[in-house]
Design a protein around this ligand. Sequence first.
Ligand SMILES: [Zn+2]
Length: 91
Amino acid sequence: MNCRWCHAAFAARGGGSPQIFCGAGCRASYHKAARQWCEREIAAGRLTVEAIRDGAGAAYTLTPRREPPVPLPDIGSPIPRLWPRCGRAVR
Ligand SMILES: [Zn+2]
């Protein structure tokens, strides 16, 4: 996968929402640039605050994930391993 901001290749973490940036720095840079662009568009009269406010619910919605999430490896429960030790310590 490639970062949407810097285009560097990265290995996406599993689970949660789809990862589109390689790290927090690129995510912050993207949001800062988006804010600045938005303010310039409003100042130029090409975008209105009302359009942003009215579309706020849908504007940030990510496209639904098509494939199921990556299953976590079965790490088992620690309880069965711990109980016998507890039993010996008590006796
Ligand atoms: Zn990046």
